[in-house]
Design a binder for this molecule. Structure first.
Ligand code: COA
Length: 146
């Protein structure tokens, strides 16, 4: 991957992060730029991002992993994820639709059995399953990196 600078986000990039998250259609809540790592192209545009979100004192979640459609398949998400993993303690959790599970397995994440899933994620899974019955969007996985 060349031509991308992967680093901590700047306050001035907050709006671009939100635009990217909306563009790719993932959870638009909790987008505090201070937690984000971004991939920026030669034009200074945010083309990829990701963050680690704390939930209380116990739970850390890798979230908001997104690459602009024009820049996919070039290792942008890999660089963002690797940068976040370098500075984050374990365990680290994430939620994703089952289609994206194989991508996170490449980084060592493993699916967590329902009974071992922290209650925070169980609640979201329950809500998601209700939506899934209506919209058929696929299974929501909770994964963990030890
Ligand atoms: C998923 C997404 C972030 C991948 O971004 P990307 O920059 O194209 O990914 P990369 O090129 O860095 O790929 C990283 C690795 O994961 C693999 N990969 C990417 N998407 C994958 C998928 N859906 N399933 C399996 N593997 C995948 C790549 O082959 C690559 O493997 P390699 O490094 O061993 O060659 C991007 O498609 C996207 O923004 N999708 C919409 C938002 C979304 O679903 N985000 C995830 C929320 S959980």
């Amino acid at each position: 991957m060349s031509g991308y600078d992967v680093r901590a986000a700047l306050e001035s990039e907050s709006a671009q992060i939100k635009d990217l998250i909306h563009l790719v259609g993932i959870n638009p809540t909790g987008l505090d730029w201070r937690r984000f790592v971004v991939a920026v192209n030669d034009l200074g545009e945010v083309v990829g991002c990701g963050q680690v979100k704390p939930h209380g004192k116990e739970i850390l979640e890798l979230a908001s992993i997104a690459t602009h459609p024009d820049h996919r398949g070039q290792g942008v998400a890999r660089k963002v994820i690797e940068a976040l993993l370098r500075t984050t303690p374990r365990p680290l959790y994430l939620m994703c639709i089952s289609n994206n599970g194989p991508m996170y397995e490449k980084f060592g994440f493993k699916s967590v059995a329902h009974e071992e899933t922290p209650r925070y994620f169980q609640r979201i899974q329950k809500l998601f399953n209700v939506a899934n019955v209506i919209h058929g969007v696929g299974e929501l996985l909770v994964m963990k990196l030890e």
